[in-house]
Ligand binder design. Structure first.
Ligand code: FMN
Length: 410
């Protein structure tokens, strides 16, 4: 797709934030509030990014490093860069090509997507549109039959690892989404209609492709009649949001319930949304999970919880010798990736960065984001004199300012 860039005198965006600026221009407020939003005052969203900046990188000269090895392994899959695409539900709100475009771009870049259980395309559609394995993320739903069905479908379609997200017992206070009535009932007021008219291309694609909701929660997927008419795409998406909220959030879930997931899946399983070393130990030692993703859901759930970068060291110290620890949240630069890995993560996931690329330019935009990360990581490792991702450890980091937590000192 040809695209006119208004940045840098027609030169394509050179970093993640510049892609973000294009996405902000293109998307209607309702999509943007969902993509960029977070809990309460967005303090945690900002802190996720800021936490990386409190670290400095050691620079060793005349080391002869010219072509550092950027490869890493996530859930047994070797990937060419230590960055994978995090699960993001309703990616169709960013661009109609959604999960299929992200999975394809990830695969072409030698990495992978962890498909959200709330994806805009179905498990099978993403598998059919790509050639390699991907991973599947599941929310704990209300009915065991539904969980068992999705797990069986993911297995049958060749997904090789399951990530169970545990940090959504209820929805965080996302005021932007509430303002845009992302949570039903959804109404089109005159000012809102005017705003949507200004973003007519997005509206046209949403109505034509009908991919803005969660595909596994559509009435059609759960065997109920589909709405018809001009607004059916939007209406079904909004119904899917209501179904999702009814089905995925259960405050009374316990670790025993997660054992049931493990028994159903019987493959590599990871718990996503861990911020506390005790929880990490439970996941690994009591449930036998292969690892955890240190994450606060991109600051969309509990405001003023720990930033993943700050939570990571204690979790690595607790389980890093016997389990895989990954991180997501606030990664915007190659140097953030390097910092997380030096602190003990095996690799990282990104969410909003690839959604910016997707919103701005579909699959090609996601590819550009992943290439930006590849270039930034490679350049920084050469400048540090570090030969590979696997050579990174805490000796490559210097604290620039005291940890606000005092739990980890270099
Ligand atoms: C728009 C959006 C939708 C998300 N949907 C899901 C989801 O369906 N399942 C899930 O486990 N996490 C979801 N997340 C959280 C991401 O997997 C990830 O934890 C977060 O985006 C990382 O932060 P970052 O956006 O700063 O990279 C979502 C995040 C965003 C921004």
């Amino acid at each position: 797709m040809v695209m006119r860039f208004r940045f840098n005198h027609g030169v394509p965006p050179v970093n993640v934030e510049e892609w973000g600026k294009i996405a902000r221009r293109k998307l209607p407020g309702m999509s943007l509030s969902y993509l960029e939003g977070g809990a309460d005052d967005l303090l945690t969203v900002e802190e996720n990014i800021a936490a990386f900046k409190r670290w400095r990188l050691r620079a060793m000269q005349l080391t002869g490093v010219t072509n550092p090895d950027l490869s890493a392994t996530i859930a047994g899959t070797r990937i060419s860069i230590p960055v994978a695409c995090a699960p993001t539900g309703a990616a169709g709100l960013s661009h109609w090509s959604a999960d299929v475009a992200v999975a394809r771009a990830a695969e072409k870049a030698g990495t992978r997507l962890c498909l959200s259980g709330a994806s805009s395309y179905k498990i099978e559609e993403v598998a059919e549109a790509t050639e390699q394995n991907h991973w599947f993320q599941l929310y704990p739903f209300s009915t065991p039959e539904r969980v068992a069905e999705l797990i069986a479908r993911a297995k049958a379609a060749g997904y090789t690892a399951l990530f169970v997200t545990v940090d959504v017992p209820t929805l965080g206070n996302r005021e932007g989404e509430r303002r845009w009535h992302m949570q039903p009932p959804w109404t089109v007021t005159p000012p809102r209609a005017l705003h949507l008219m200004k973003h007519w291309r997005w509206v046209r694609d949403a109505l034509w492709h009908k991919r803005i909701g969660g595909a596994h929660f559509l009435e059609s997927d759960v065997g109920l009649p589909q709405p018809s008419g001009v607004m059916s795409g939007v209406a079904e998406a909004m119904k899917s949001a209501a179904n999702m909220q009814r089905q995925m959030m259960q405050a009374d879930l316990s670790w025993d319930d997660i054992k049931w997931f493990r028994d159903q899946w019987q493959g590599p399983m990871y718990i996503k949304g861990i911020l506390d070393p005790d929880d990490a130990a439970k996941a690994v030692d009591e449930l036998g999970c292969q690892g955890v993703v240190v994450s606060n859901h991109g600051g969309r759930q509990l405001e003023r919880c720990l930033a993943p970068c700050d939570a990571l060291p204690a979790i690595v110290d607790r389980i890093g010798d016997r389990a895989e620890v990954y991180l997501d949240g606030g990664v915007r630069r190659g140097t953030d990736v390097i910092t997380a890995i030096a602190l003990g993560a095996k690799a990282v996931f990104v969410g909003r960065p690839y959604l910016y690329g997707l919103a701005a330019n579909g699959e090609a935009g996601v590819s550009s984001i992943l290439e930006i990360f590849r270039e930034e990581i490679k350049r920084a490792l050469i400048l540090m004199g570090c030969p590979s991702i696997e050579a990174l450890d805490r000796s490559w980091l210097i604290r620039a300012c005291p940890s606000p937590l005092g739990t980890f000192t270099q």
